[in-house]
Design a protein around this ligand. Structure first.
Ligand code: MG
Ligand code: MG
Length: 263
């Protein structure tokens, strides 16, 4: 069953999403060679609590941390560890927060120092595919239109689109109906209606779309060990059109300050 949100609920969800946006903006300033994922995780937990919110992932399905941090060939659900990041790595930082009893859930993939042109392209295309998917979140369209837009853009560049993990409805629960695959056919799947709130989150692999799970029971890696990127926004349908509740503005401003560069 899909829980459609009222205008008031969507405004509360915007606050939850923006807590996560600011957390990712804070993290953006800290991502550099030598820093450990565990350190980023501690900073994020403190930051979220200082915002009067609750870390959304901590304890959810028994996940042990505040952030999912997935390095290089790790696709999603990486558990933050004490291994220092290295120049040329990429890390997907996925963050959840609960405020006003609603979840925010969004993610950004950061370059650690200077990365190869090949990786820059993967990050750029994955982010573009997210926004192309969001453009399809118009009342009357269907879930398949979102997935089709994401898949066709990624595959045009020769990338693999992960099938086993998908975006989702978002609300008082972290994972609500419907599922939002990053692949699909135009005109298929549930119809998009006013008040629908989705977390759209392409997971795009440089090589094969095939994945494996590590023995920790969480971390998803690419089967060919080539890098993978992940970007996620929370979006509501308001007045029939997509209204992005989260924002990468804080991240982008932080990256400009740190690098003078935008991915
Ligand atoms: Mg997420
Ligand atoms: Mg999500």
């Amino acid at each position: 069953m899909i829980h459609y949100k009222t205008r008031e609920e969507i405004e509360l969800m915007r606050e939850s999403a923006q807590v996560v946006s600011r957390t990712l903006g804070m993290i953006a300033k800290e991502v550099k060679p030598g820093v450990t994922p565990l350190h980023l995780d501690t900073l994020a937990e403190e930051y979220i609590r200082a915002e009067g919110a609750i870390p959304g992932f901590l304890g959810l399905y028994d996940f042990p941390n505040t952030l999912c941090i997935s390095v290089n060939e790790q696709v999603v659900h990486g558990i933050p560890n004490g291994k220092p990041l290295e120049e040329g790595d990429i890390i997907s930082v996925d963050c959840g927060a609960i405020k006003n009893d609603f979840y925010g859930d969004h993610a950004y993939t950061f370059a650690v120092g200077e990365v190869s042109d090949e990786i820059k392209q993967l990050l750029k295309v994955t982010k573009e595919s997210l926004y192309l998917g969001i453009e399809q979140m118009v009342a009357g369209n269907r879930i398949g239109d979102v997935g089709f837009a994401i898949q066709s853009h990624a595959e045009k560049h020769g990338y693999g689109v992960v099938r086993e993990l998908v975006g989702h409805g978002l609300g008082r629960k972290m994972h609500e109906s419907p599922e939002v695959p990053n692949y699909g056919k135009r005109g298929r799947g549930p119809k998009l209606k006013e008040g629908l709130v989705l977390a759209v989150e392409p997971m795009i692999n440089m090589g094969t779309r095939r994945i494996n799970q590590l023995n920790d029971g969480w971390t998803i890696i690419t089967a060919d060990r080539r890098p993978s990127a992940h970007f996620e926004h929370d979006i509501a349908i308001v007045d029939g059109k997509p209204d992005i509740l989260s924002t990468f503005e804080y991240v982008e401003k932080a990256l400009e300050e740190v690098n003078g560069l935008l991915v």
